[in-house]
Design a protein around this ligand. Structure first.
Ligand code: URA
Length: 252
């Protein structure tokens, strides 16, 4: 592909191309395509379990970091999360999944909660959605762990990958808030509706939250699609690419 084609595709929101594994990529001309690892057999996409109780914005947003959590440094916070059994999620998960990356990062990406792979490995976004997130980061010149921190709203895997309940989010949110106050990121990217709702306290369609920066206690916050959703709805990837470009512009 020549540079002109690339520009046209960008104008049409069709670039970067999402390339199947095995397809040649001309790295000299195509600087940073988002490469989706497409296995021979597509991964089974679990249907989202019905939400037992939709997170209530009023319930979860007003939770202040408890003084106990707000005073913790990284070591103490990690230990607190590791030992946490404040909600029923801890009963069924293997381990807590704290977060990963540069603790002084400018970029913070926030997902919903660990899935099965994350529960097994103790690190956020290491499954299929994580591979896509890594590729999304790569497409804007970022890399997990380098000026990037990745965390989730809840630190324990919900059973059968259901959505976290309001009470679970409310219990866990002080940990994320304390992570944010320790990292002091320049930008927060909320991946999907659960993260957006929890951080913004606005229960609105995700589409309406995209596109404009929001404010999280003085930190700009952008909302985009969750990578797992993009795996199920590849047609929305062009919009996610727009969001990533907005994020880069905001950072500049
Ligand atoms: N989905 C999330 O929201 N977080 C993860 O860590 C993995 C999948």
């Amino acid at each position: 592909m020549n540079v002109r084609d690339e520009q046209v595709l960008r104008e049409l929101n069709l670039y970067p191309l999402w390339v199947r594994r095995g397809m040649p990529v001309q790295e000299d001309v195509v600087p940073a395509p988002i490469v989706i690892e497409t296995p021979e057999v597509l991964p089974e996409v679990k249907a989202e379990a019905p939400v037992a109780k939709a997170p209530s914005v009023a319930d979860i947003h007003d939770v202040a970091s408890t003084p106990e959590v707000a005073s913790l440094d990284w070591t103490a916070l990690k230990e607190k999360v590791r030992a946490c059994d404040a909600c029923k999620l801890r009963v069924s998960c293997t381990q807590t999944v704290f977060g990963v990356g540069d603790e002084n990062a400018d970029w913070l990406f926030v997902g919903e909660g660990p899935g099965a792979e994350e529960d097994a490995q103790g690190e956020p976004f290491v499954g299929q959605a994580g591979k896509l997130l890594d590729n999304m980061l790569f497409s804007i010149g970022l890399k997990r762990g380098e000026n990037v921190y990745i965390a989730n709203v809840v630190k324990c895997q919900p059973p059968a990958d259901r959505k976290p309940e309001a009470a679970e989010i409310k219990t866990c949110l002080p940990y994320l808030k304390q992570q944010i106050s320790l990292i002091k990121p320049k930008l927060i990217v909320a991946l999907g509706k659960t993260a957006a709702t929890a951080l913004l306290g606005r229960d609105a369609p995700l589409g309406s939250l995209r596109g404009t920066p929001h404010d999280f206690h003085g930190i700009p916050l952008l909302v985009t699609y969750h990578p797992a959703y993009l795996l199920r709805s590849p047609g929305e990837k062009a919009k996610a690419w727009q969001d990533l470009k907005s994020a880069v512009s905001l950072m500049e």
